[in-house]
Design a protein around this ligand. Structure first.
Ligand code: GDP
Ligand code: GDP
Length: 436
């Protein structure tokens, strides 16, 4: 289910990133403990009054060397294109500036819902500085202080009240939803075309398809798939379309709706930092993942090339140890026939349910082979294990002291679970919970 998008727009230094961090801070702290994943503070999930949404800080998106005003205009335009609600931020200490008026006029013309925040209202006495901002022509104006967290609750109440209902197409439960992500030019569009070109497409461009992706449903050997394509949606000619972060944004929304994500790498060029960042997003979202090394036709190979490349992938993507690596060519369709079976297997594993008694046998055997850690003369005791969710498989261990469950022991148990069950392609979550 794709969540609505809220974009923060405003001049530099009004406090956008301060407020972004305040709204999203807690959540980021939770996901940040994934080793090897560099976080990007531009785009994050947020929640208020039980409504989840995505928050974008458009100020974090640099648009070439354009003059400042052009940049702000582009950021406003991007917010209009991508967001359901726009959070326009100004600085109460500066008063209304020319750039504020410029942004306001672009936003007013868009007819998108806008909530105006006047920041740096750090005390009650400063509240009077808010009034002149009514001249920008928006109904709701909120004095806030990002630094002190004042007034943000009322503003977010208003933002949430303006969010649309979630509006994604629904598919049958056993339809496998897949998307393709990767940096520009790795061959995403070519791969999408190659897959769809081979298969019988049932419905193309189905109703409810959102503006940031085209969903195509097809069938292969009795299994229904949806390919959520964002790659073909790029390059509409706007300046910001060319920026890396912008395409990441789209990919993120697609992967949220996917069961399986194909992370495409250019085999000809090798692995880049940006590949890791993109893969990190898919991992954080808890999706099943395949690493697709494309352009394999263009690589000079001998009998060791594939295993050497696989080794390099394992080294660079340590957090994706569960993801199978596929080598293929979208152009020549070499080895393409392995792709969908691997997608299907990863999707099955993503939804795998392990019977409780078998799960407990595996955990208890693991504990016998490698006793639980101790700290201050206290030993971790695992009483009982149960799988509480699928997609991804999530296992709760009821223990005496959750703090005694260290990273390394958790990883040991994860490896044992992976040896025992078919979890290839899917992350698994292990949660230690105190037994009451
Ligand atoms: P951005 O460029 O719009 O993302 O702005 P930043 O979040 O980087 O903030 C710019 C400066 O304003 C920083 O020095 C912040 O510490 C400061 N700032 C942000 N929010 C407040 C606030 O509510 N009150 C005050 N006094 N300063 C703030
Ligand atoms: P995207 O930006 O990731 O969607 O990449 P494209 O699908 O647009 O491909 C970028 C370039 O790589 C194009 O010139 C493609 O023809 C080329 N390309 C894509 N797949 C392959 C492949 O498997 N082998 C070779 N040799 N070239 C490819």
């Amino acid at each position: 289910m794709s969540k609505p998008v809220v974009a923060i727009v405003g001049r530099p230094n009004v406090g956008k990133s301060t407020i972004f961090n305040r709204i999203t801070g807690e959540r980021l702290a939770i996901v940040e403990d994934t080793p090897g994943v560099t976080r990007d503070r531009l785009y994050s999930r947020a929640e208020w009054l039980n409504r989840e949404f995505h928050l974008i800080d458009t100020g974090g998106i640099e648009i070439g060397d354009e003059p400042l005003l052009t940049q702000i205009r582009e950021q406003a335009q991007m917010a209009i294109d991508e967001a359901d609600v726009i959070f326009f931020l100004t600085n109460g200490r500066d008063g209304v500036t020319g750039a504020d008026e410029e942004v306001a006029s672009i936003l007013r013309r868009s007819k998108k819902p806008v909530v105006l925040g006047v920041n740096k209202i750090d005390s009650y006495e400063m509240q009077e500085k808010v009034y002149e901002f009514y001249s920008l022509g928006f109904g709701s104006v909120f004095g806030v202080s990002g630094e002190h967290g004042l007034g943000l609750g009322d503003l977010l109440d208003e933002v949430v009240s303006l969010l649309p209902d979630e509006r994604e197409p629904e598919y049958e439960e056993d339809t496998i939803r897949m998307s393709v992500i990767g940096r520009p030019n790795v061959g995403k569009s070519s791969l999408v075309n190659a897959v769809l070109g081979e298969e019988r497409v049932i419905v193309s461009d189905i109703a409810g398809t959102t503006r940031d992706a085209v969903d195509t449903v097809f069938e292969k050997e009795g299994q229904e798939y949806v390919l959520i394509d964002t790659a073909g949606m790029r390059k509409r000619g706007k300046v910001y379309e060319a920026t890396e972060k912008y395409s990441v944004l789209r990919a993120l929304r697609a992967l949220e709706r996917s069961d399986v994500v194909l992370v495409v790498i250019n085999g000809e060029e090798g692995i880049r930092e940006q590949d890791k960042r993109i893969a990190g997003y898919a991992h954080d979202a808890g999706r099943a993942i395949l690493i697709v090394v494309n352009k394999w036709d263009a690589v000079e190979k001998d009998d060791k090339t594939m295993s050497q490349f696989t080794e390099k992938v394992r080294e660079e993507f340590q957090f994706l140890s569960y993801a199978p690596v596929l080598f293929l060519s979208a152009k020549t369709k070499q080895r393409l026939q392995h792709l969908l079976p691997a997608v299907k297997e990863a999707a099955d594993n993503h939804n795998l349910r392990v019977p409780t008694n078998v799960l407990n046998d595996v955990i208890m055997d693991a504990v016998i082979m490698n006793p639980t850690p101790t700290e201050n003369n206290k030993r971790l005791r695992i009483n009982y294990a149960t799988q509480v969710a699928v997609a991804p498989p999530t296992i709760v261990l009821f223990v005496n002291e959750p703090e005694l469950m260290h990273f390394s022991y958790r990883r040991y148990l994860e490896n044992k679970l992976r040896e025992a069950f078919h979890f290839e392609g899917t992350p698994i979550k292990i949660i230690a919970r105190k037994k009451n």
